[in-house]
Write a protein that binds this ligand. Structure first.
Ligand code: BES
Ligand code: MN
Ligand code: ZN
Length: 502
């Protein structure tokens, strides 16, 4: 576990994944259990254990029934291993109702819950679905993640050690799942790092170091470079903090002529609201207000690790939104990067200001597509809840992003940018203001504000992950408490889709 000093070199705490040809001996064997829809309420449950003998399956089914093992997706029951099972103990994980189609997402959730329950138990052979090793491995990998703790005590990694064994011949799906789980784990760790340890300068250093290791091109603009460049939004939002803002640019370069995709992520390392200060209750959660930036950094590194055949440029603004005598004020008029002027109404609507500068910069590279993501509005949660990111943007690309997001289990949903809300962003003293005079459609008006900064002709999607980036409930399926890593897998899916279409 990381100490306060080592947290910036900590790698995500994940159980390693190994491809094996089954059956192979392990400490724990993870086996599926499903309700028998036809057999009535007293029927034995259906055991899903590809490769095990009929007698072992029958013994497991009887044992599952005797202890009343639940079958809801991801529910966990531990049993001693009966004869014919290649391990000391069994974890029965619920797979829902037998005969119903088990979606990839349900399979990932079940594998994730099982892997989490196996931490500290040596090795776990996951026997759920031989034909979908990718979903099994990814779910188990993501579910095995343990949030880091800042501790002054010695490391005790062994106490929670685990190797996850997945049946697969080639090992390709397991290798891919490993890369994805590690990068999602990186995004989660960044989100979970407390705001005294992760601030714009340290976040930029960490992102730059990781990116260099992955072979990316790196550029970091510090406060004076931002001033020289005229990044009025980032400078205003970051100006209240003694720990100055940054703009980090990370490039994964594909071959000449390949598509170019821009990624932009909100990196507010702590959001007090600034002079328009937030209430104390719940303010500690605003350590997650760099979830968009974490996801973007993790995604461009993942693009390099998977060697995607396109160019991906991440443009990541980082700032701490603090009240002080140097803070920006309601009433200020900012000159943004690119020259648009913005009247500030509420310093707590800071995310869209740093994103606007970054979007203008990103568009200078003439990308074909731009995805920005941010923990942008409380209104996202009012509209869609904690688990469905709101996706706005140019219509076709917006719909494509939302659909791919649901396919990977991240739940994105398309939302409009209604014309009638646009008037609310008119200002009498500047080109624009950044908040409307009413509270209706708060997620959408933030999207409309951003749309003013996207260059003509760029296919654009804005993903508001205010709720989905952070799980303030308990662990569930493959999701831990705290940072979730959403929307890394959505962005990966979109990058792969663009790379394969062009
Ligand atoms: N970072 C917040 C949005 C947020 C709220 C994220 C709760 C996650 C959980 C953002 O900077 C913010 O404060 N937005 C304001 C905008 C308002 C002042 C127009 C909001 O949503 O209340
Ligand atoms: Mn805010
Ligand atoms: Zn914020």
């Amino acid at each position: 576990m990381p100490t306060a000093q080592s947290i910036h070199s900590h790698t995500p705490d994940l159980a390693p994944l190994e491809a094996v040809t089954t059956p192979v001996e392990s400490d724990v064997v993870v086996i599926g259990i499903a309700a028998d829809a036809d057999g009535g309420k007293d029927a034995d449950p259906v055991v899903v254990a590809p490769g095990l003998s009929d007698t072992a399956v029958a013994a497991l089914s009887a044992a599952g029934r005797a202890v009343g093992a639940p079958t809801a997706v991801g529910s966990i029951t531990r049993l001693p291993a009966p004869e014919g099972v290649p391990g000391d103990s069994v974890v029965l994980v619920g797979l829902g109702t037998a005969g119903d189609d088990l979606s990839d997402e349900s399979l990932r959730r079940a594998a994730g819950a099982a892997a989490r329950s196996c931490r500290g138990r040596g090795s776990a052979l996951v026997l759920l679905d031989r034909d979908r090793p990718g979903a099994v491995a990814l779910g188990a990998g993501l579910g095995s993640f343990r949030p880091a703790k800042v501790t002054g005590k010695d490391d005790d990694e062994a106490a929670d050690s685990l190797r996850i064994l997945v049946s697969e011949g080639s090992g390709d799906a397991v290798a891919r799942a490993t890369a994805i789980a590690e990068c999602v784990g990186l995004a989660r760790d960044l989100v979970n790092t407390p705001p005294n340890l992760l601030f714009p300068g340290s976040f930029a250093d960490r992102a730059a170091g990781l990116a260099r290791e992955a072979g990316l091109e790196v550029e970091v603009l510090d406060e004076s470079a931002l001033a020289d460049g005229g990044y009025g939004g980032i400078l205003a939002v970051g100006g209240g903090s003694s720990r100055g803002p940054r703009l980090v640019r990370l490039t994964h370069r594909g071959a000449d002529g390949r598509p170019r995709v821009a990624l932009v992520g909100k990196g507010v390392t702590f959001d007090t609201g600034g002079i328009s200060i937030k209430p104390a209750a719940g303010m500690e959660q605003m350590t997650m207000d760099m979830g968009g930036a974490a996801a973007v950094v993790a995604t461009v590194i993942l693009a390099a690790r998977l060697d995607l055949d396109l160019t991906v440029v991440a443009t990541v603004p980082m700032a701490e939104n603090m009240p002080s005598s140097t803070a920006y004020r309601p009433g200020d008029v900012l000159t943004m990067y690119g020259g648009t002027t913005v009247e500030v109404q509420n310093t707590d609507a800071e995310g869209r200001l740093i994103l606007a500068d970054a979007i203008v910069r990103a568009c200078e590279d003439s990308p074909s597509h731009l995805i920005d993501t941010a923990t942008l509005t409380g209104a996202q949660m009012v509209a869609l809840g904690k688990k469905s990111p709101g996706v706005m943007g140019t219509e076709d690309f917006r719909d494509r992003v939302a659909e791919l997001s649901r396919a990977v289990g991240e739940g994105g949903w398309p939302m409009p940018l209604p014309e009638e809300l646009r008037d609310g962003l008119d200002s009498e003293v500047a080109d624009l203001t950044h908040v409307t005079p009413h509270r209706w459609g708060g997620m959408l008006s933030a999207g409309l504000f951003l749309s003013e900064f996207v260059a003509e002709g760029v296919e654009w999607a804005h993903i508001d992950v205010a709720g989905p980036a952070y799980n303030d409930g308990g662990p569930e399926g493959y999701l831990p408490k705290g940072g979730t890593g959403v929307p890394v897998r959505t962005m990966l899916a979109v990058l792969e889709d663009i790379a394969s279409a062009d």
